[in-house]
Design a binder for this molecule. Structure first.
Ligand code: NZQ
Ligand code: ZN
Length: 380
């Protein structure tokens, strides 16, 4: 096991009715900015619950944060933060709203000339941030309990991630009932995103971390078990709660402790969203089997272990096939062609971008632009 530092400062408030706890967690000293997306929170009653919980607070609102939140929109919110002397940011919605909120929190305290620097440096330029919290209405990203955010820049078709311990939410409210209104597609996306978050921290090479392996496999097994149930029965509280907690644990930094990580699928996937507008999870389901097939020899021991423990398969290739089959049972396509995208076109676009940025990916840090292109060519 490798050395690690584990610190997760986010308080999780999990379960029915927990939005009512908000009032005691948010200071009344300065105005609060409530950030939200396209309006789902107004249709499912979450907005009303939040307003009731904060009835003694001064609350200012900023709505309209898009899925794959845009840098340009975040800059508008930043003006509202500055004009109103905001002291706390409350994100209410999915990962996109929360990611935007993290970036805005950092940008509000950023002293440099151009806030894009925060993203260009992957978060290293963050030295301070406004405090923030969330009410998470979509189990998927794990953003509720980590220091990551992914922001898209419309003007240049870029999608960049930041990671910083300074933008962890102070708290996140997770009430599974707030997710009952999710469209099936978002539930499917959430299951696949959480599943692949586990994989990026697990599917590498053996590293004498048996407990981390078991944590990871238990999240995978839980998603395999409850995923189809929560898709078929959106109002089944127990299944939704198990799914929601799995998504949080998949990316709250716990399973990453002491193990090598491979974020290739996400790195390539972000480019597919930037170029073609696919949903985040849609890109991951396309890329993951390609990364595994490309890295079959180097990932063989873990693929076999995963296959044996999660699917009862005997070989690495069977484990890959079982995974792709699982995505299909959730209604998730796994090929570029399913979206009318030519594999050669995608491969060339991603190759050029990775080459320009000198991007290297994979747990050994040696997969270059050509490797990324080769992976995509196999996903026609
Ligand atoms: O905008 P509203 O109206 O709220 O509707 C949203 C949006 O259209 C809707 N929705 C959310 N909760 C709902 C609901 N509809 C009905 N009922 C509810 N309870 O769902 C749609 C998608 O929301 P979004 O926030 O975009 O989805 P998700 O949570 O999957 O977030 C995706 C973003 O997170 C990034 C992705 O790249 C993408 O930009 N990621 C963030 C990560 C992190 N911070 O750690 C890690 C991930 O790997 C990922 O990259
Ligand atoms: Zn993801």
């Amino acid at each position: 096991m490798q050395n690690f530092i584990f610190k997760n400062p986010t308080e999780i408030l999990f379960g029915r009715g927990m939005i009512a706890e908000l009032g005691s967690r948010v200071s009344t000293e300065s105005p609060v900015l409530l950030l939200y997306g396209g309006g789902s929170i107004k249709r499912n009653g979450v907005y009303d619950q939040v307003k009731t919980a904060l009835k003694t607070h001064r609350v200012i609102e900023f709505g309209g944060i898009e899925a794959n939140p845009r840098y340009e929109t975040c800059l508008k919110a930043l003006e509202v933060v500055k004009a109103n002397n905001i002291g706390f940011l409350l994100a209410v919605g999915g990962g996109s709203v929360l990611d935007a909120t993290k970036f805005i929190a950092a940008a509000a305290r950023f002293e440099g000339a151009d806030p894009w620097e925060i993203l260009r440096t992957g978060g290293e330029a963050i030295h301070s941030a406004l405090p923030l919290g969330s009410v998470m209405t979509l189990p998927a990203t794990g953003s509720e309990s980590n220091g990551n955010a992914v922001i898209s820049r419309e003007a240049t078709h870029e999608k960049l991630a930041l990671g910083s311990p300074i933008v962890f939410p102070a708290f996140s409210v997770l009430d599974p009932e707030t997710t009952f209104s999710l469209p099936q597609k978002q539930v499917r996306n959430g299951i696949v995103d959480a599943f692949i978050h586990v994989m990026e921290q697990y599917m590498t090479y053996p590293s004498a971390a048996p407990l981390q392996d078991r944590f990871a496999e238990s999240i995978l097994q839980t998603l395999v078990e409850v995923g189809p149930v929560t898709l078929a029965e959106p109002q089944n509280y127990d299944a939704r709660a198990a799914f929601m907690w799995s998504a949080t644990l998949a990316l709250n930094t716990l399973i990453a402790c002491g193990v090598p990580q491979d974020w290739s699928t996400h790195m390539i996937g972000h480019e597919l969203t930037a170029f073609y507008g696919l949903d985040h999870a849609e890109t991951l389901a396309i890329v993951l089997p390609g990364v595994w097939a490309h890295e079959l020899e180097r990932k063989k021991a873990k693929l076999e272990q995963y296959g044996a423990r999660v699917w009862n398969t005997k070989s690495a290739t069977e484990a890959i096939a079982a995974t792709e089959q699982f995505f299909h049972t959730l209604g998730m396509p796994t090929r570029l062609g399913d979206y009318g995208i030519r594999a050669e076109d995608a491969a060339e676009k991603v190759r050029a971008r990775f080459a320009e940025r000198k991007t290297l990916i994979g747990e050994h840090g040696d997969l270059d632009a050509n490797a990324a292109a080769a992976i995509l060519r196999t996903r026609a």
